[in-house]
Design a protein around this ligand. Structure first.
Ligand code: NDP
Length: 295
């Protein structure tokens, strides 16, 4: 058996189309404010993509670029101003912030109604209490891909490998929300291979290149690989290539379906951010959320 490839690029493109369509149904265009502090090259690329896709979806994009030596209080003050700006529906502070700046102090200032990254304590609390709110983007993308592949997830055993605040923990809660039986595995988990092998759905979010081997996978399982790891290229000496946390080459012979890296979960993150911006705008401005965004 060979696993079917879960194509996150196509799924994300379709989701962006749905966001664009949803925006046309609204009385006004939502606006996303993106704050970038410093000149980290990867962050600059991410922010440029976020701006491009926001505009492509018919929404307004407001970009705030601050030098790396900006004081933490100035970033906090900017976030406070964006909270008060009635034209702004979503606020995203690009992480990581420059060394010496405490991202918690900045993120906690984002108003929960504008927290399109779903990273504030209020958003995390709403998620764990099962209350409506803005959900973190990457884990939401994982649920969307799994549901698209498997349909109803009720009763399936989902193992989330990794317990970070950004990915693992919210992913576990989101799969629980889908009525999965959820196990969270991490660096202290005993018999990790056996735990992973018991999964109908395996979410790999460890940041360890190709750690999950074919022998860790139950026959026919759905594998969602969140990992993005840069490793030396064998074919092109001196160059690097991206691999996930799962050994795709061997895993695909055992799994039922699997996301590739790149082209799996990665593209879903921005698409879910755009969706969150529309959801935030609708909740804040008392508009009905277009049903095309449901999943
Ligand atoms: P973190 O480093 O914050 O968390 C990694 C988690 O993996 C921790 O909970 C850690 O356990 C666990 N872990 C590490 N090593 C092992 C091990 N040997 N055995 C078992 N568990 C282990 O990473 P993130 O959650 O932020 O990211 C995970 C991966 O996802 C990274 O590759 C990152 O680049 C990628 N990513 C991709 C995104 C996308 O858009 N596709 C977005 C965000 C992240 P413990 O808590 O015990 O230390």
């Amino acid at each position: 058996m060979k696993a079917s490839k879960i194509d996150g690029r196509i799924f994300a493109e379709n989701l962006r189309k749905k966001v664009r369509q949803a925006v046309t149904q609204l009385p006004d265009s939502p606006a996303l404010a993106v704050v970038l502090v410093g000149e980290d090259p990867a962050s600059q690329v991410y922010v440029a993509s976020k701006v491009k896709f926001t505009e492509e979806c018919g929404m307004n994009s407001l970009e705030y670029k601050l030098p790396a030596d900006t004081k933490e209080t100035e970033v906090v003050n900017l976030v406070k101003k964006l909270n008060e700006n009635d034209k702004v529906d979503g606020i995203l502070v690009q992480l990581p912030l420059p060394e010496g700046m405490n991202s918690d102090n900045v993120i906690k200032e984002i108003h929960p109604d504008k927290d399109v990254d779903g990273l504030t304590e209020a958003s995390a609390g709403r998620l764990s209490l099962g209350k409506s709110g803005l959900r973190p983007c990457t884990p939401t993308g994982c649920v969307m891909l799994a549901k698209d592949e498997l349909g109803d997830l009720s009763g399936k055993h989902c193992v989330v490998l990794g317990r970070s605040i950004l990915v693992g923990k919210p992913a576990a809660l989101l799969f629980l929300e889908q009525n999965c039986t959820v196990t969270i595995a991490h660096s202290r988990t005993k018999n990790l291979e056996a735990v992973c092998k018991s999964a109908d759905i395996l979410i790999a979010a460890v940041g360890r290149p190709q750690m999950v081997q074919a022998s860790w996978i139950k026959k026919g399982a759905c594998i969602i690989d969140v990992g993005i790891n840069r490793v030396p290229s064998v074919k092109r000496p001196g160059k690097t290539r991206l691999v996930g946390d799962v050994n795709y080459t061997t895993a695909k012979d055992v799994a039922g379906s699997i996301t590739p890296v790149p082209g799996g979960v990665g593209p879903m993150t921005i698409a879910c951010l755009l969706r969150n911006t529309v959801i935030a705008a609708c909740a804040r401005r008392n508009w009905e959320t277009p049903s095309i965004l449901n999943f």
